[in-house]
Design a protein around this ligand. Structure first.
Ligand code: SAH
Length: 269
């Protein structure tokens, strides 16, 4: 990893784990409770190095992880949380070189791990009905990747995906929007055989609709729905127990695999 450079957005983390964000600029100065440190003292340091402010308060200077980055980035739409962002690329089986469809792009929180998973040779077309959300998402994505993936491996379409998918023979379709059952007929036409359809939904009636649509389409197998619960623990001396608070619900993930059936041989089969 290269040392900290002007323009980097880094975190200063104190002993209690509190995070203070800092945009490094040559000649800049960071102020904290009457103490200061010159940005130039941080520029050139290695990720993870401890720093001391003018009166001795210490922080660790750290590059944000992807989950920290997504939690702090500016939002248009509600983002998916790290526990779901971690799972979706795996359960959609997004592999290097895959051609993937996403909708909607929202704030771009899922777009980033999808791009990481499909790599330099893959391609993502992301549909978003709201131009303002698409603009916000692009800003978040471009602040994360250098060089920008736009026009190269990311295409953002200001289109309603319920009306259709432009691309043919796509490998994966990943949906985080309210009515994914409207996308099922397009997945029948545009997903390649062996391709995967995945959607994230917060409520049960939405799942019933999409699963019924997948079952009735006749070309999907392995239709599965699950949820994940992430329960943090408190580990502090003799107090070793689950945390008192947790996010009890985010949503359900439904996946399905497109298949190619052979014609029936006899009437009785
Ligand atoms: N996964 C995103 C959040 C998506 S929120 C993230 O983590 O940042 C759902 C998004 O779907 C919203 O931005 C909404 O505008 C968009 N959307 C809803 N219906 C749509 C449709 N029919 N076609 C395209 N985008 C749609």
């Amino acid at each position: 990893m290269t040392p900290f450079a002007p323009g980097d957005r880094i975190h200063l983390v104190n002993k209690k784990g509190r995070i203070y964000r800092l945009h490094l600029q040559a000649g800049g100065s960071y102020q904290f409770s009457g103490e200061t440190i010159a940005h130039d003292e941080i520029i050139g340091l290695e990720d993870g190095t401890e720093i001391a402010l003018s009166r001795g308060t210490r922080f660790f200077a750290l590059r944000p992880t992807l989950s920290e980055y997504t939690l702090h980035m500016k939002r248009g739409a509600q983002i998916l949380y790290p526990k779901d962002l971690a799972l979706i690329p795996l359960w959609a089986d997004v592999y290097p070189g895959a051609r993937v469809i996403e909708a909607g792009i929202g704030s771009g929180a899922l777009t980033i791990p999808l791009l990481n998973a499909l790599g330099e040779k893959g391609h993502l077309s992301s549909y978003e009905i709201r131009e303002d959300f698409a603009g916000r998402a692009i800003k978040n994505i471009e602040a994360y990747f250098n060089p920008s993936p736009l026009n190269d491996r990311l295409l953002v379409r200001n289109q309603n995906i319920y009306e259709g998918i432009v691309e043919d023979e796509v490998d994966r379709i990943v949906l985080d929007l309210p009515e994914p059952h409207w996308v099922v007929p397009h997945a029948v036409d545009k997903l390649r055989s062996g391709g995967i359809f995945l959607c994230f939904l917060p409520t049960v009636p939405q799942i019933e609709k999409v699963v019924l649509a997948l079952q009735e389409a006749g070309v999907f197998e392995s239709i599965e729905t699950f949820e994940t619960l992430l329960r943090p623990w408190n580990i502090d001396g003799r107090s070793v127990r689950p945390s008192l608070r947790m996010v009890a619900h985010s949503g359900f993930i439904t996946t399905a695999r497109k298949v190619k059936r052979i014609p029936k041989l006899t009437e009785t089969e």
